[in-house]
Design a protein around this ligand. Structure first.
Ligand code: NAP
Length: 403
């Protein structure tokens, strides 16, 4: 188990606990954010409890990872999930356990959750320990399940059928021999007959030095995590991007900001029509068409104070005052730990080698979810491919006489 949950991380976690809906008091959610309780959220399992070689090892804890775990567990394969480590690095990169959905607000397009107030269901479905998990900020009546609720429900469902969970990253793999060898950040190596890679993708940054200089001092890639912080309240804020994520972040931030500048490099949003209309209809959102961020402005004392915008159609530039900038410009798949041992495409996504199968370039290693999908990237498709990967692994084990 990685011993690295610092006070910074606890602080980030507690900032996600603002403003529950009317049926759940703020006090309750603030009360649970103590270091002791965050520790309790971790799983007690260690690598030494592993039944090496494992039949199925799943790396990742988004919808793909949990769907794979539910299916593998129900096939009596007793899967072992590495759900990710709770580290400052993962916090900064947006790669903490439970994946990208855990960083969102309401999930309106995941089938089966048409209503928002799920308190009774959550109380009956989640274990006492997980009920204390930090749940997201929701100011008004909800319309749907929230990302963190959905992820905690999936995790619980996997656990109910005998999934074993280790709260750590896999730092290295050796797929050159069977059984495969996997090395967690902390703890001993573990072996597996099959591996399902479900590590998802993380948010991109623009890559400018001035952006880097003001990370955590105005620059963020997660409005839901950071948007409610005092430094962003009643100030003009910037969201960069033109997709669904950008609109979602801008809409969320419009509750706190005086104005949200949505900076998009083209003259048309990539976001789905319903989401794009939301941005256009929101009086607090001003779309800066054909624009890109040229420089993040600020100083040591105040952190970020504004941006310089450059036009993408002419040479004009202008400065905007802003207390924060939120990036929503797509994602990069989390594959660096594979160290080139699995074939990836030109964008770094794992390649599926067979049509409508989750097989990768290494026999016995399967991939599911956003790490192998640069096209759909939906919670439901991610869960769907997680199911496929578990079935593919189960059949592979049967073919090898290892079931
Ligand atoms: P996306 O659809 O790939 O959009 C990325 C946006 O960032 C695009 O508008 C792109 O501009 C812009 N961009 C990329 N690199 C840039 C750069 N270097 N500088 C400036 N702008 C840059 O990503 P996403 O919005 O994260 O969505 C990913 C997937 O998740 C999509 O399938 C989306 O439907 C889904 N999603 C759904 C919901 C929902 O339904 N509630 C919410 C969030 C995400 P261009 O348009 O010019 O390429």
């Amino acid at each position: 188990m990685a011993e690295n949950a610092s006070t910074d991380l606890l602080w980030v976690a507690s900032n996600r606990s603002y403003n529950r809906g009317p049926s759940q008091s703020k006090e309750r959610f603030h009360a649970v954010h103590t270091p002791i309780l965050l520790k309790q959220q971790r799983n007690e399992l260690n690598v030494s409890d592993s039944k090496s070689p494992e039949k199925v090892i799943i790396i990742g804890s988004g919808p793909a990872g949990w769907a794979a775990a539910i299916y593998a567990a129900r096939a009596n394969l007793s899967p072992l999930v590495f759900e990710g480590a709770i580290t400052n690095e993962n916090s900064q990169n947006g790669t903490l356990p439970l994946g990208q959905l855990n960083l969102t607000t309401e999930v309106e397009n995941y089938p089966g959750f048409p209503a928002g107030q799920l308190d009774g269901f959550l109380n009956s479905a989640l274990s006492e320990r997980r009920l204390k998990y930090d749940l997201p900020p929701v100011e008004a009546e909800k319309h749907a399940v929230t990302g963190p609720e959905l992820m905690n429900l999936m995790r619980q469902q996997a656990e109910n059928f005998g999934t074993r969970i280790i709260t750590d990253d896999i730092a290295e793999v050796d797929f050159s021999q069977k059984p495969f060898k996997l090395k967690p950040l902390a703890g001993e190596e573990v072996e597996g007959h099959t591996v399902i890679i479900a590590t998802g993708a993380r948010a991109n940054y623009l890559g400018m030095p001035s952006e880097d200089a003001f990370k955590n001092r105005g620059v963020s890639a997660c409005a839901v995590c950071d948007g409610a912080l005092p430094r962003f309240r009643d100030k003009p804020l910037v969201v960069v991007g033109g997709g669904d994520s950008a609109v979602e972040e801008a809409t969320y931030l419009s509750k706190y900001a005086s104005t949200v500048y949505l900076v998009h490099r083209r003259d048309e949003l990539r976001a789905s029509k319903i989401m794009a209309q939301r941005a256009i209809d929101n009086e607090k959102i001003e779309i800066m068409w054909n624009s890109q961020v040229d420089e993040v402005l600020g100083d040591d004392e105040n952190g970020m104070t504004g941006i310089r915008l450059a036009s993408t159609v002419d040479d004009s530039k202008k400065e905007l005052e802003a207390g924060g900038m939120f990036l929503a410009i797509g994602h990069t798949p989390n594959t660096s730990f594979l160290n080139g041992q699995i074939e990836t495409n030109d964008k770094g996504y794992v390649v599926w080698k067979k049509s409508f199968r989750t097989d990768t370039s290494v026999d016995g290693v399967f991939a599911a979810g956003d790490v192998a999908d640069d096209n759909y990237r939906q919670a439901i498709t991610s869960a769907g491919t997680g199911c496929m990967a578990a079935l593919d692994a189960e059949r592979w084990l049967a073919d090898q006489g290892l079931e």
